[in-house]
Design a protein around this ligand. Structure first.
Ligand SMILES: *[C@@H]1O[C@H](CO)[C@@H](O)[C@H](O)[C@H]1NC(C)=O
Ligand SMILES: *[C@@H]1O[C@H](CO)[C@@H](O)[C@H](O)[C@H]1NC(C)=O
Ligand SMILES: *[C@@H]1O[C@H](CO)[C@@H](O)[C@H](O)[C@H]1NC(C)=O
Length: 446
């Protein structure tokens, strides 16, 4: 493996320049898109079962239900509890993501449509998928907290899955492309309530396995060395973070920058996987300043736009993120700046789908301006997300002030109704209630 790593360095150097350099993103929202008038589900999650160190709840109504899994203990114990209470689903998910990656690799090699980043296609062509993923793991391992690996070992021991398979599957964020959207809005933009709102819309592959395993995993670390409680909005068996909210009132958003420009500099394969960095922010950082320091000082890898909000300080910032740069923006200096397609709006920072994405930015800016002064979670769900048509796989609309999160997920393979999350029913969750959930007592799971 050491030799392969040397080959990897030789092949890719430390820099892989994005292919769509300076180009604009494709597609645009349908001008006839309609508001989402479905009522928001507000009923509390319902307990399904509990075991040592885990309690499983179901949230949402009908076909829009998703798991809320609470885990307690050390990283290993939390992974073990996750893999025990949801043994079948966690195994299915990991194997399905593996099969998905195999299919993506086949498509990339035979030249049909796929989601992989170009450097990954080169690696797969040269070494095969297993070795390509192991090389990626090796390139990121020195920058990865040991608690991730402990948690993966716990998950492997409980499910019987191969630990290496779990590790490989968790490299997926680094390998695939996804468009997404975000905003942070405060002050004059939300004057009707005075609150800080943040949106995270995930536009990823709704043909992949993700839509069948929606889950919020609420971590309750037993020891403060392992951080504070936080909610990871993702999937069963998935330990990285792309969407989430912490018990210290912070939240994250993330967009893959595929249509980037020269201001990103270069990317690297050697550093912390961004899904682990985002989780570290949720798990360990007390304030937005801690999070921005973490991002600034990290060994970063691929080009992204990140968003971090802090309901204690009523602040939101975006970050232009790559190996070379970590540029922090507020409403006054937001980049890219173009008066026509990405105008600056006081007390709002926003991105539609990508870095250079006029067709989405224009519609997102228009809807934010339409509701200026009264941007709320309800308005976002009703008349921003479905009109911009962003958030196909899952969406979180965070009310950082009241510590509420509104979640929608894509239709499952077996579900009914609209296929994409932005047209489906949202569920409102009280994060303070989730973080106060007591650990199961022995009597509860006898
Ligand atoms: C390419 O690979 C995909 C994914 O495995 C497969 O569905 C498709 O049939 C393949 N196409 C060709 C031309 O081999
Ligand atoms: C803004 O974008 C428009 C349309 O793409 C372009 O014609 C114009 O030159 C841009 N303005 C600046 C200042 O870059
Ligand atoms: C603000 O939005 C809410 C829905 O969230 C709506 O009921 C209310 O009428 C709006 N207020 C104003 C001043 O537009």
């Amino acid at each position: 493996m050491k030799l392969l790593l040397v080959v990897l360095v030789a092949l890719l150097g430390c820099a892989a320049i994005p292919t769509a350099f300076g180009a604009y993103c494709n597609g645009k929202p349908n001008p006839d898109a309609q508001p989402n008038t479905l009522p928001i589900t507000t009923s509390a999650p319902v307990l399904v079962r509990s075991i040592t160190n885990a309690k499983l709840f179901i949230a949402g109504q009908g076909d829009d239900q998703f798991n809320i899994l609470h885990v307690w203990g050390s990283p290993y114990e939390m992974g073990y509890a996750h893999g025990s209470i949801l043994k079948e689903e966690a195994s299915e998910f990991v194997l399905a993501v593996w099969a998905y990656l195999v299919g993506q690799a086949d498509s990339a090699i035979n030249g049909t449509a796929h989601n992989l980043r170009p450097w990954m296609v080169d690696l797969i062509a040269n070494f095969g998928l297993d070795a390509a993923l192991d090389l990626t793991f090796d390139a990121t391992n020195p920058y990865t907290g040991s608690y991730f690996l402990d948690e993966m070992h716990g998950l492997a021991d409980a499910t019987g899955l191969d630990y290496k398979m779990i590790r490989r599957v968790h490299m997926i964020g680094e390998l695939t492309k996804g468009g997404c959207s975000m905003y942070g809005a405060w002050g004059k933009a939300t004057a009707s309530t005075g609150k800080l709102f943040q949106m995270r819309a995930l536009d990823w592959d709704v043909d992949g396995p993700f839509k069948d395993y929606p889950q919020i995993t609420v971590y309750h670390p037993s020891n403060s060395d392992n951080g504070h409680a936080f909610a990871n909005i993702g999937w069963t068996g998935w330990l990285g973070s792309i969407t989430g909210f912490s018990s210290v009132q912070t939240a994250i958003s993330e967009i893959g920058a595929t249509y980037s420009d020269a201001s990103f500099g270069s990317d690297s394969r050697f550093g912390v996987p961004f899904t682990f960095l985002l989780r570290d922010i949720l798990q360990f950082d007390q304030t937005i300043d801690d999070a921005l320091n973490r991002i600034t000082n990290a060994h970063r890898t691929c080009s992204l736009i990140l968003g971090v909000g802090d309901g204690k300080l009523n602040e939101f910032r975006s970050v232009q993120y790559s190996y070379s740069v970590a540029n922090i923006f507020d409403d006054q200096n937001m980049q890219p700046y173009n008066e026509t397609w990405h105008p600056r709006i006081e007390n709002i920072v926003y991105y539609g789908m990508d870095w250079l994405c006029p067709n989405y930015d224009i519609v997102l800016a228009r809807q934010l301006t339409k509701h200026y002064g009264n941007i709320t979670a309800e308005v976002t769900i009703n008349d921003i997300l479905p009109i911009v048509q962003t958030g196909d796989l899952h969406i979180a609309v965070y009310d950082l002030t009241e510590q509420l999160v509104h979640v929608a997920v894509a239709k499952r393979s077996t579900g009914t109704g609209a296929p994409l999350a932005y047209n489906r029913a949202f569920t409102r969750l009280s994060m303070t209630a989730l973080f106060q959930e007591p650990a199961p007592t022995a009597a509860e799971h006898l």
